[in-house]
Design a protein around this ligand. Structure first.
Ligand SMILES: O=C(O)CCC(=O)C(=O)O
Ligand SMILES: [Fe+2]
Length: 291
């Protein structure tokens, strides 16, 4: 198990920074894979993207500019470095430690890339990924209490200061002042005006692991290169609690044999957990947020 993981600090703050999860010999391969994926996205040949103007799924084609590349492990993207890293010992060990689970309980989920738009600065409003902005304090407490079986991370390939968060709000409902700044669809003019907010700066190779129901936002600078791997994993003890958060991204392609067949044995097991969760939920769960 990776000695540097401070699980107690993660539980207390709702996030931790972890250096060097990408082995040096893999860093160049991942950067190259990202460049290919970004080029395909910007030229329109990769259709699965996060569109400027839309903060949350479902994304559409209403703007040619993009702030993210979706589905990095998709076989059509033809970049095996992504699935290799998602299933690597370094990443799996951190996930197991933070989730306090066995490898057999790990669930494959999302793996995307956050990039700088080219034409427009863009921002995401203050939000929790799977709790709506109009939730009452009581509803927030209930939602946060059940949100214990997943972990999300950003791994920067270049220096990245786009993410802001409010430490400890993974366990606490918003104060009145925090609610006042997170009740609309509008991104903040100045993220640090949010009471308690910090800006997270990652050096190349560093990762922030966080509870994605912590209060957070993003500010994207079109002039500063961003290529930040953005993924999450769950553990099967969570049952279907994570289904909406994950399935809203459109994961039918992950149920196809041609994806499964390309994974290593560890990846195949993790994928099966996702497929089981998907099959276990009935009907359309809709979306976590409204754009
Ligand atoms: O840009 C970021 O780092 C945060 C992205 C985010 O909050 C989201 O995709 O929900
Ligand atoms: Fe988010």
């Amino acid at each position: 198990m990776t000695a540097a993981i401070n699980k107690a600090l993660y539980d207390e703050q709702g996030y931790i920074i972890v250096p060097n999860l990408i082995p040096p010999e893999k860093l160049e391969a991942l950067k190259e894979a990202c460049e290919h994926a970004i080029a395909k996205t910007r030229t329109g040949s990769w259709p699965h993207r996060r569109t400027v103007g839309r903060q949350f799924p479902p994304f559409d084609d209403s703007n040619p500019d993009s702030w993210g590349v979706q589905h990095l492990m998709h076989p059509d993207l033809e970049e095996p470095a992504f699935a290799e890293w998602y299933t690597s010992d370094a990443l799996i060990n951190v996930a197991k430690e933070l989730l306090q689970c066995n490898e057999d309980e790990l669930q494959m989920e999302l793996f995307n890339l956050l990039i700088n738009p080219l034409e427009h600065d863009f921002a995401l409003r203050w939000h929790r990924d799977d709790v709506r902005e109009n939730a009452t304090a009581e509803e927030e407490v209930i939602a946060l209490e059940r949100w214990t079986h997943g972990v999300q991370w950003n791994t920067a390939l270049y220096e990245d200061s786009c993410l802001y968060l409010v430490p400890k709000t993974h366990k606490l409902p918003r104060t009145e002042l925090q609610r006042a700044q997170s009740m609309t669809q509008a991104p903040p003019a100045s993220p640090l005006d949010m009471p308690g907010a910090i800006q997270v700066t990652l050096q190349p190779g560093e990762s922030v692991f966080y509870n994605n129901n912590i209060l957070h936002c993003g500010a994207y600078n079109s002039k500063q290169r961003r290529a930040t791997l953005h993924g999450c994993m769950g553990d099967t003890r969570g049952g279907s609690t994570r289904a909406k958060n994950v399935l809203q991204h459109g994961l039918l392609w992950m149920t196809e044999d041609r994806f499964r067949d390309r994974l290593n044995e560890r990846g195949k097991k993790m994928l099966q957990a996702l497929v089981d969760m998907k099959e276990g939920v009935k009907g359309d769960l809709g979306y976590s947020q409204v754009n």
